[in-house]
Design a binder for this molecule. Sequence first.
Ligand code: NAD
Length: 402
Amino acid sequence: MSFNMYMPTPILFGLDKLDELADTPRLPAGDRAMIVTTNGGSMMRCGYYQRVQSLLGSRQVASILCDQISPNPESDEVEAAAAVARAKGVQFVVGLGGGSALDAAKAIALLAANEGAAMWDYMSAGSGKGLTPEHPALPMVAIPTTAGTGSEADPWFVVTKSGSREKIGWGCDATFPALSIVDPKLMLSVPPGITAITGMDAFFHAAESYLTINRQPASDLLALETVSLIAGQLPILVDEPENLELRTVLAWASTSAGICEALAGCTGLHSLAHAVGALHPEAPHGAALIALSRAWFLIMAEAEPERMGDLAMAMDQAAEDPAGCCDPADFHPLFTSMLEDCGLGALGLADLGVQEDEIEELAENALWTMPALLDATPVELDKEDLMAILAASMHPDEMERL
Ligand code: NAD
């Protein structure tokens, strides 16, 4: 057994934890912050932005707002915001919202500290230059309002190169949040459809961290627990979106899966989903993963039968009346029925706007932009294999065994 472990982010987790922004000694030093949200106005409408601004104000921290970030952030957006942050002497960046806001805040914090740099100077795949940043990122505070990406617990951020078809994830020790506040009350306002899709995103982070060749003992423990929690609770939460206890369980599942991402990382399922997001930026990230997942897990059941059996057992144990499943073949029916219970059973790539004639480009894109996660996948997959997964995922409810 051999592994490295680094998980430096202090996480304040629980109901009303946002109030601790007023007095936590963990807040980064400085009296000028930038608050980053996405551009749909939900943080303003829900009053979360005003609360964060006022809590920072109570500590004599003046804040400026960047609310120009798209869901699935773009490089132009984070570069422009970083220029503003530099010009205004911002000392730390607060990401408030779903993964898009948190990821954008990390990217802005990095670029603000590195004058003259462009986002693609650092990307190490696709057309990125693979440079090492000269300076560490500014400190970043993560306040997630969706339960899915786990960005509050990992160093990763995902950005699309403006005007191109490249969506790439990046991160380093300096892009772990300096502080994360996970308050499940902020997630009560997430509509059921987004709750289901983001909850499944967390499921994939956990399951993929259990399958990657980079797995390690701590992420294994968290992954099985997370898979069990999501299998048991997400379908109920989708029906009961105001259930605060279930919101809390899912918030923890997301953070726990984020720790798995930090400790072990994901697999090529994410390479394919990012390719879909690159060609179809309007497709939610979690939805792309869901569409691809059934074909992906069929291949994993052959590549890693024992571990897929463990995942089946973790899902089965969450049932009211467990059937004693522990065989890799048990995973598929349990997984399909969970998707159906969450209202996601029929979701395929065709529903996200993907055309049959894009399949080859998507496979090439995944290999070009996110090769590291394909390399971490426990079975070697070439372009033809990826094309077969993509083709089967157009209408996965009609899918035959690959
Ligand atoms: P998102 O951040 O794009 O948000 C989706 C929508 O939900 C937005 O319109 C947003 O305004 C709205 N919303 C968010 N919180 C809300 C709330 N509390 N109430 C009402 N509406 C709310 O979606 P996401 O799935 O959280 O994040 C997706 C992004 O995160 C993608 O860019 C993806 O690539 C990235 N990602 C990052 C990681 C990571 O480890 N850093 C992991 C997975 C995905």
